[in-house]
Design a protein around this ligand. Structure first.
Ligand code: SF4
Ligand code: SF4
Length: 418
């Protein structure tokens, strides 16, 4: 029995990276690739002993709630091989408490998937997050392999295996300079061609200082001459691949307008669900919650970081081989990390009409000035304002339906107005 520190949250989300940042693709906007530099000389391979420690601690740390999510991400986690995940499932069965339900998830680029992988996913009810940026021409702009060729065909082969085996999947679509102007083309591709029911639209915001911007614009992978920056959250410039703040909002609004008239209850867009949740006082996504600190990242060697987006030295909490993860999650450093999200909010946000839904967004993107010159406004603010204002009325209508015990999809028969 572990002792729960007083500040320990009952549940938290942990993304484990068994291969660290190692990936078989070389997506141009993927600054995670540069994180390889944090561990020079490493094999980037989570050892069996650590795997067991990780699963045991994660299940112990969730001993007060009925459900625990075991989430794998990378780099590319399938590079560990299927046996690693078979072992992970075995260990989860070994350590789970009576009545504890385990949800297995994995984020993958899909290129390594085959019958064996997908039969395994189906057998153990894995929820797969598949990274696709849109139809071929859009997807292949940045999601390329080590030789620079587009990965679309390989990803579609992986999707086909998932579909044949009936594996539940989410589409993880990043929004960036190459698809920000084609919202409906992207959305309809996922809905109509891929049959996606769950979609996430993740903005690409790659910060850089003036000094690093030229290098960052080239991409984050290893390159001859060793001129390669380690991505850290600093600088107030962004790469040319990054999404435009206001355009991100317009992208979401265009998709929302189509969704709210025909797809509610059929297609689940994470951001729309999150916004609807905010209208009934529930926050399911850390980015829009008042505080954060309960979404951490575990590296291949047991190092635990404050957040997947802060895998950098200043945000290392410790190593789970030396300190139980619940102590690190409950540590003053991590709790303060979570409170900082609220405590550093500029006045412009505190007085904003959509703060209840936005809460200033993720701190990692708070690097521009407010109109009155205060630091710490979110780079995506213009887009968030646009989206949360544009969707306010229909969201209120759906929230009212839910409060009356009715279904949100009834909105599709109602007059929404402009
Ligand atoms: S820093 Fe951002 S992504 Fe990380 S936990 Fe906080 S809100 Fe979530
Ligand atoms: S929309 Fe902009 S001003 Fe309003 S809370 Fe969000 S980031 Fe702050």
């Amino acid at each position: 029995m572990i002792k729960f520190p007083p500040q320990a949250p009952p549940a938290f989300h942990l993304l484990a990276k068994p291969t660290g940042a190692i990936c078989n693709l070389d997506c141009k906007y993927c600054f995670f690739l540069s994180k390889e530099m944090l561990y020079p000389g490493s094999r980037f391979h989570m050892a069996d002993e650590l795997l067991e420690t990780y699963i045991r601690q994660l299940l112990e740390a969730h001993g007060r709630v009925p459900e625990v999510i075991i989430a794998w991400q990378g780099g590319e986690p399938t590079l560990m091989g299927l046996d690693f995940f078979k072992r992970a499932v075995e260990l989860a069965e070994k350590y789970k408490k009576p009545g504890q339900q385990i949800i297995h998830t994995m984020q993958t680029n899909g290129t390594k998937l085959d019958d064996a992988w997908c039969a395994f996913f189906k057998k153990h009810n894995f929820l797969i997050g598949l990274s696709v940026d849109g139809p071929r021409d859009i997807h292949d702009t940045y999601r390329v392999n080590k030789g620079g060729a587009g990965s679309f065909d390989q990803v579609m082969r992986g999707w086909e295996y998932l579909r044949q085996h009936g594996v539940d999947f989410n589409i993880l679509c990043t929004v960036h300079a190459a698809n920000q102007d084609q919202p409906l083309e992207v959305y309809r591709f996922f809905r109509d061609e891929l049959g996606a029911q769950y979609i996430q639209f993740i903005p690409i915001v790659e910060r850089a200082t003036a000094q690093f911007l030229p290098l960052a614009n080239v991409g984050w992978s290893e390159r001859p001459g060793g001129e390669r920056p380690l991505y850290v959250q600093s600088g107030s410039l962004v790469t040319e691949r990054s999404v435009d703040g206001a355009q991100y909002g317009r992208f979401l609004c265009a998709i929302f307008d189509e969704w709210v008239r025909r797809d509610v209850g059929q297609v689940f867009v994470q951001l729309f669900d999150t916004a609807l949740g905010a209208h009934v006082g529930q926050y399911s996504l850390c980015i829009f919650a008042p505080t954060c600190g309960n979404a951490l990242a575990l590296e291949h060697n047991g190092d635990l970081y404050s957040c997947d987006h802060y895998v950098e030295p200043d945000y290392l909490l410790g190593n789970i081989q030396q300190t139980h993860m619940i102590e690190l999650v409950a540590s003053d450093k991590q709790r303060q990390f979570g409170r900082d999200k609220q405590e550093t909010l500029p006045r412009y946000c505190r007085e904003c009409e959509v703060r209840f839904a936005c809460n200033g967004g993720c701190p990692r993107n708070r690097f521009i000035h407010t109109p009155d010159g205060e630091d710490g406004l979110n780079y995506l603010c213009a887009g968030y304002k646009l989206f949360f204002n544009h969707t306010h009325r229909p969201m209120q209508m759906m929230a009212d339906l839910l409060r009356q015990g009715r279904y949100a999809d009834e909105i599709m028969q109602m007059e929404i107005g402009d």
